[in-house]
Design a protein around this ligand. Structure first.
Ligand SMILES: NC(=O)c1ccc[n+]([C@@H]2O[C@H](COP(=O)([O-])OP(=O)(O)OC[C@H]3O[C@@H](n4cnc5c(N)ncnc54)[C@H](O)[C@@H]3O)[C@@H](O)[C@H]2O)c1
Length: 365
């Protein structure tokens, strides 16, 4: 249920959500728990989910036609949590209708599509944001504090990755078709690690990449998981990668190794960032046998020291949505036009181009 607004509070923003898979459900929960927002409309193909979430949160507008929702629901903000190739047309339509937009990651299936979305946001004077919920995790926030304290000194190298034992989402759905997903593991989960690591490192530009992609599990119908609610279409070819590795050159001379896999012969899923600075190193790990960990290696008064900073609660989607709403309320649309996410999309494009060419590729700026 949408919470009541505090007395004397400014007008509540009218929110809608398109797509009610796992991702869309996170946005529904975030709006429903926020007393400054009125969740007024939902759109999805699945009638039973419109009914279920509409009833649970008393949402009056329930639409199978998302354009009808945008035409009728008088929204201030909308979350787009549909298959990736739909982010672009839905975001541009919403922005041009005067609605502020947050899309799920990845922003779009290509850098070119992402650039058109940014252009639409600028033209409409509305906020365009992308939900990078993993950078709101407690361990990432704690590591950001460590980096910003200066204790690691200048960072010159990072290793980051999200690797799964058996986690191809929706094998045989839109997730594994090139035209609808834009890519595989790099596009789906590598993007989170790229976002998180650039965020931790203070947003250096990525100037060039050398990448490689492999599809060893998907084409044989192996490595699938139960993620996603979309229909499996019999005979859908596996057109994307299930493993990608990349070496990234960053402006200023630092480098990054980025790996992502949906399926791989490894003991268990793992998500990690390791940062190396002139005065110290630090890692976060998530998914290992010890649970989430953060460790810092440095020296205190010349004595080698291992620090275990406290880790706060995870913010995840609720924090990403709250941040988006704050950007909308700030009125500073120029600062929030999706450019940062566009830069991520261009890095992913360059990774695929490099893998195709078998050579290092410059990243479009
Ligand atoms: N941030 C995260 O941690 C995270 C996690 C999972 C997925 N995602 C992203 O979220 C997006 C959706 O992923 P998912 O796993 O929820 O997908 P899904 O396939 O499980 O669900 C897709 C939803 O979109 C709806 N949809 C499709 N076409 C539509 C249309 N024309 N009109 C209205 N609704 C339509 C479907 O009805 C369904 O409700 C993807 O871009 C994915 O990469 C992000």
């Amino acid at each position: 249920m949408t919470s009541a607004a505090p007395e004397g509070a400014p007008r509540r923003l009218r929110a809608g959500v398109i797509g009610l898979g796992w991702a869309g459900q996170q946005h529904v929960a975030a709006y429903a728990a926020d007393p400054t927002v009125e969740l007024v409309a939902l759109s999805a193909m699945e009638e039973h989910l419109l009914e279920q979430f509409g009833e649970e949160h008393q949402v009056p507008g329930r639409y199978q036609d998302w354009k009808q929702m945008l035409a009728e629901a008088e929204l201030d903000v909308v979350s787009i949590a549909t298959p990736t190739f739909l982010h672009e047309p839905m975001a541009i339509h919403a922005l041009e209708a005067g609605v502020n937009v947050i899309t799920e990651k990845p922003m779009a299936q290509s850098g070119e599509a992402a650039a058109r979305m940014v252009e639409a946001a600028r033209g409409a004077g509305r906020v365009l944001d992308v939900s990078f919920n993993h950078r709101r995790r407690g361990d990432v926030t704690a590591l950001k504090d460590v980096v910003d304290s200066g204790v690691l000194g200048p960072l010159y190298y990072a290793k980051t990755g999200w690797v799964r034992r058996q986690g191809i989402p929706g094998l045989g759905t839109w997730f594994t078709k090139a035209g609808s997903a834009g890519g595989g593991a790099m596009m789906d989960i590598g993007i989170h690690m790229l976002d998180m690591t650039l965020h931790l490192m203070g947003e250096p530009a990525v100037t060039a990449v050398s990448a490689s992609t492999h599809a060893e599990f998907g084409p044989r119908g192996r490595g699938g998981s139960g993620f996603g609610i979309s229909q499996v279409e019999e005979g859908t070819p596996f057109e994307v990668e299930d493993l990608a590795t990349a070496f990234l050159r960053l402006d200023g001379g630092a480098t990054m190794l980025l790996e992502s896999s949906w399926a791989q012969w490894i003991p268990h899923d793992l998500c990690y960032v390791a940062l190396y600075g002139a005065e110290g190193g630090a890692t976060i790990e998530w998914g290992g046998p010890d649970g989430p960990t953060i460790t810092v290696w440095t020296e205190v008064a010349g004595i080698p020291a291992e620090l275990r900073p406290a880790v706060g609660a995870d913010g995840n989607h609720a924090a990403a949505v709250a941040d988006f709403l704050q950007k909308v309320r700030s009125g500073d649309v120029a600062a929030h036009d999706g450019s940062q996410a566009l830069r991520r999309a261009r890095v992913i494009d360059a990774c695929y181009a490099s893998a195709e060419a078998g050579a290092e590729v410059a990243v479009a700026q």
